[in-house]
Design a protein around this ligand. Structure first.
Ligand code: ZN
Length: 485
């Protein structure tokens, strides 16, 4: 029998594949990768040439060895071995400079104070006085004043980008301060764009900051984006990310992309006019259940700093010009293993947005496109934390099913709840009593809706209710001794 090996998949591809690792039985690396493609068919286009055969870009790491496509057939496997897919950059890094974004603008002058302020830039031949004037002339829009937008905007302001736009419709919350370094304790409750503007001007009063407290949507996006030279993606959701990509492509603007998940991040430059766009890499969004938000999955604060700072570097180089940037290259950052992986990305001739025969010719409904399901669409009866308290005190017997992760349950235990993780629930149906009401709880009342749907699909026929706003509502409205998180 062939040895059994585990194949680990980097985040950028895992989002496509829907899995982070698979088990495969194969004699050699080629066989293991074919098994991977069979188990995760959406990876096929990244593994194989359209004409057949493995792509040259794919490398497989086995222990200390990095194996290229030419050796896949000869590399024999042993049982229990771990293979890591490690796509390597080629082609894209040959990209030469695309020139300065503001090359055609009349350049402002620098006064004595600015010459002192930016002296460390002026000493660099790659930036110099001309580059610094280009930075001063530039208008850069930062979408999202949160985890990524914070370091991004701070470095752009310090670097002397003449006009920075901040767009966000949120207010500063206590749980933001673990990573969103634009904001301070004193800003709690303030709109993020205003506390962000104050912070940027405190660092550099010589720049202009345009604060827009609004949510970017398909009705306002083109109008808002059209007056900027460059757009930076500091968003935290797929609908806005696709919206930004499409709007930037229609306007011919480059998009400095960054995203984060737990300990990992991705960063690249998309520019349909000069190279690939986000849809060339990810034509369609992952299904909603596969991509939880940082609010539900957690995030190590410092990864936002790593990724946001790389985005700022890319933005500065695009403005100064003459630099090879991340156009055509995707950098994957794993801050837990502290590994940087590079993946070449090419313009996809079949891209629905920027390919040869585009099918997307105007902005669409991105919530619908990303399959974002509203609680109403999931249809489960709910009750509030206060109603649950009443039911527990006097009312027919019920059971509470807590589907939060173990580390969340450490923050507070729900009294008397049955505990199962989301993955376990359908396999442990038998432990639930279908003759009484079941109240399903999670952190904010969203995952619980997916859990209810999964239970129904699995054939559970007892009455199911959702705790509205989840355990956090219980902490807020019923039990002041525990904290929301
Ligand atoms: Zn494209």
């Amino acid at each position: 029998m062939s040895p059994e090996v585990v194949i680990k998949i980097p985040l950028a591809l895992a989002v496509r594949a829907g899995v982070r690792e698979i088990w495969a039985q194969a004699d050699n690396v080629a066989g293991a990768l074919r098994e991977l493609a069979a188990q995760a068919p959406r990876l096929k286009k990244y593994l194989f040439h359209p004409e057949g055969g493995f792509r040259d870009l794919i490398r497989v790491q086995a222990g200390d060895r990095l194996i290229g496509a030419e050796s896949f057939d000869d590399s024999l496997l042993s049982s229990g071995q771990t293979l890591t897919l490690a796509p390597q950059a080629r082609g894209g890094s040959d990209q030469s400079s695309v020139g300065s974004l503001v090359g055609s603008k009349p350049l402002p002058t620098l006064d004595q104070e600015e010459i002192t302020r930016y002296s460390r830039h002026l000493l660099l031949p790659e930036i110099g006085v001309k580059g610094q004037k280009r930075l001063k002339a530039a208008r850069v829009l930062v979408v999202g004043a949160g985890g990524l937008g914070s370091p991004l905007a701070l470095y752009l302001a310090a670097a002397g980008v003449g006009t920075i736009g901040l767009i966000d419709d949120d207010e500063v919350e206590l749980s933001n301060l673990q990573r969103q370094i634009l904001h301070s304790q004193a800003d709690l409750g303030r709109p993020k764009v205003f506390s962000g503007r104050d912070r940027l001007l405190a660092i550099n009063p010589r720049i202009n900051v345009e604060a827009m407290k609004t949510r970017l949507d398909r009705h306002n996006a083109l109008d808002i984006l059209k007056s900027w030279d460059l757009v930076c993606d500091g968003t935290d959701n797929f609908p806005t990310r696709y919206l930004l990509n499409d709007a930037a492509a229609f306007l011919g603007l480059p998009l400095v992309y960054g995203s984060i998940f737990q300990f990992e991040g991705q960063v690249s430059v998309f520019w349909a006019r000069e190279g690939p766009c986000y849809r060339c890499l990810y034509p369609t969004p992952p299904s909603p259940g596969l991509a939880p938000s940082c609010g539900e999955a957690g995030v190590m604060g410092v990864i936002t700093g790593l990724v946001g700072a790389i985005q700022a570097a890319e933005a500065i180089k695009l403005i100064v010009g003459e630099a090879k940037g991340l156009l055509g290259r995707l950098i994957l950052v794993d801050s837990w293993l502290m590994e940087f992986t590079e993946l070449a990305i090419e313009k996809d001739p079949g891209c629905p947005l920027c390919g040869r025969a585009p099918t997307i010719t105007e902005l669409v409904d991105y919530e619908l496109f990303c399959g974002v399901e509203t609680p109403a669409a999931l249809e489960a009866p709910g009750l509030s934390a206060l109603e649950l308290k009443k039911r527990l005190a006097s009312g027919p017997p019920l059971q509470i099913l807590d589907i939060r992760e173990p580390q969340e349950k450490e923050l507070f235990k729900f009294p008397g709840a049955k505990e199962m993780s989301f993955e376990e629930i359908t396999g442990r149906l038998g432990e639930l009593d279908p003759t009484v009401d079941t109240i399903v709880i999670c952190k904010i009342g969203q995952r619980s809706l997916f859990a209810i749907r999964a239970l129904k699909k699995a054939g559970y026929n007892g009455p199911l209710f959702n705790l509205k706003e989840g355990a956090n509502a219980w902490a807020r409205d019923v039990d002041p001794t525990v904290a929301g998180y």
